[in-house]
Write a protein that binds this ligand. Structure first.
Ligand SMILES: [Zn+2]
Ligand SMILES: [Zn+2]
Length: 396
């Protein structure tokens, strides 16, 4: 029996065509209707049972029955970005683009499903593989919930013994796997604030209270928090990403609006950053001004179960060679796979996908990947399931 890598290589043309089709027709969060339809057409062809409408536009499918149960996850959504690449498979939905590689994730999981379906049909596998085609990784709905969070809430992870997720990374060397035990991606919270002063004439600042000046003190305070209040070796950051105030050079505005993001890797640091952010805004009160600060909780830390991370490292080393499997780094980005990894022992790994010499950042208009990673990605997902079922087989 040839390996999944060899079998995936034989599907290369089909995988490339599938990825290009998704790339041409990207859909935003919770609108992945065409994407879901293409997935279910594929599952129908394979005779795989599924449920649609999970987490609004998601698809949950399964192969086999009984224990153990391993879940494989792919996110489906694109981003509100105008594609700058001049390629045959350029986005046809203007202003929407698969600029994070989720088109590749769906493609690889569909490829894995093809191979696993063949092996279940031939009686080579025992147990259950659950496929989680998840919408809305990049954004939350009006209730503040992302696709992964909703999937967990709608019991898609119930009875799952382990869950594996993969992310292509456009800046890491192609066809290399990066994995680490413990925290891999940050918790993300956001804040919205108003700094309130008193409006007045720009020539008489002492008669009003300049909220722009107050905001400058607050921003200094925020950045001071990171170096003076947080433990130096604990990762964490606060970025003020937008600030709005005023309309004219000779008018002191009434207030300043500020929004930002907060990243951390432990609950302790997370709460410390929230508390010290509040303290930074309290500087406004010392000068007779005021503020409103609202902090909104986002995705939790993505934590790899140590045993599952070691399993993925071993599985990937056996499949593609130990020299191609490296230790992952912790990233300040966030992932809603974190909700799934809270629901079951999980492993989230990166597959390098650098296309050429250009720097093609995730979420940038010139993002693209090396399509040579598609067979590798499909094989890795299939092999993760196969090996897990084999190693955790239940005695009859
Ligand atoms: Zn992204
Ligand atoms: Zn992503």
């Amino acid at each position: 029996m040839s390996t999944y890598l060899e079998r995936a290589e034989e599907m290369r043309d089909q995988l490339v065509a599938t990825r290009r089709d998704f790339h041409k027709h990207p859909e935003l969060y919770f609108q992945e209707v065409r994407t879901a339809r293409k997935i279910t057409e594929h599952l129908d062809n394979l005779g795989i049972e599924y449920t649609t409408g999970v987490a609004k536009t998601g698809v949950v499918a399964h192969l086999g029955e009984g224990a153990p149960v391993i879940a494989l996850r792919a996110d489906m959504d694109a981003l509100p970005i105008l594609e700058a690449n001049d390629v045959e498979y350029k986005s046809e939905n203007e202003g929407i683009m698969h600029a994070c590689g989720h088109d590749a994730h769906v493609t690889c999981l569909m490829g894995a499903a093809t191979m696993l379906a063949q092996d279940f049909a031939a009686g080579r596998l025992k147990g259950t593989v659950r496929f989680l085609f998840q919408p809305a990784e990049e954004s939350e709905d009006e209730e503040g919930k992302s696709g992964g969070q909703r999937m967990v809430q709608e019991h898609a992870l119930e009875g799952v013994d382990a869950v594996v997720g993969m992310h292509v990374i456009s800046t890491l060397p192609a066809n290399r796997v990066f994995v680490r035990e413990g925290p891999v991606m940050a918790a993300v919270d956001s804040f919205e604030a108003r700094v309130i002063g008193r409006g007045g004439h720009g020539a008489y600042p002492h008669e009003g209270l300049d909220p722009i000046w107050l905001s400058a003190q607050v921003i200094n305070g925020i950045h001071g928090v990171l170096s003076r209040r947080k433990h130096p070796v604990e990762p964490g950051l606060i970025t003020v990403g937008a600030i709005h105030a005023g309309k004219a050079g000779n008018v002191i505005p009434v207030e300043v609006e500020m929004v930002g993001t907060i990243r951390s890797f432990s609950q302790e640091t997370r709460l410390l950053l929230h508390r010290e952010l509040e303290n930074a805004f309290r500087i406004t009160q010392a000068f007779g001004g005021d503020y409103h600060l609202q902090i909104k909780y986002g995705y939790p830390v993505t934590v790899n179960d140590p045993e599952m991370a070691r399993f993925v490292r071993r599985m990937a080393s056996d499949l593609i060679g130990a020299d191609r499997v490296q230790e992952g780094t912790i990233e300040m980005g966030a992932e809603d796979f974190s909700f799934m990894a809270q629901a079951a022992p999980g492993a989230f790994f990166y597959l390098g996908a650098k296309k050429d010499e250009a720097t093609r950042l995730h979420h940038a208009p010139d993002f693209d990947i090396d399509e040579n990673i598609l067979p590798t990605g499909a094989a890795l997902m299939a092999e993760a399931a196969r090996k897990y079922l084999e190693e955790n087989a239940v005695e009859e």
